[in-house]
Ligand binder design. Sequence first.
Ligand code: CO
Length: 221
Amino acid sequence: MSLEDLLQNNAKWSEEIRASDPEFFEILARQQAPEYLWIGCADSRVPANEIVGLKPGEIFVHRNVANLVLQTDFNCLSVVQYAVDVLHVKHIILTGHYGCGGVKAALQKSELGLIDNWLYAIRMIIEKHRDFLDTIKDETAKLDVLCELNVIEQVHQLCSNSLLKSAWQRGQNLKVHGCVYGLNQGILHDLKATTSSHQEIETSYQSALKFLKERDPSHRF
Ligand code: CO
């Protein structure tokens, strides 16, 4: 498809929405008040709005390769800060997906260039959980478990950031969730890592790891 085709698609989409709700774009252009921030993988198969059935204006989105929240990433942290402090989102949904190419590259130690530096964070997670990962012999199962572990670690990282600590201290109603998306079925699963206060960070992290380790690695969701 050429750009011309995409522009035609866009015109049709806009027309359809305005036909069912003539003021939709006018109202939306005045303000956005999303309740959700989605932090997900840049993978083209994991589009935030479609998966959770939300319209424009309903979900604030940040995506990068392998859905990482690095304490040195001003791009991601600026999105989080704006979403939390200005938009006052009520939920942050950190979503990974099975078969993630970024996670796979880190696991296989493939050399892909600049992106290896980005994926270094996942190599650290592999080291941290090496004993557990070594118990999983099947490579596909190991990758899928690592995709889940990565989400749980990113939720932990995000919750430990001072931006969230301040929000919770102010008494802001904010929950952070960890989910994983299955490309085969198109289903989003809760990894039971939900954290709703600074005090809950460690217990939520430990209970999410327990929930993960108790399940059969060869039968993910
Ligand atoms: Co991915």
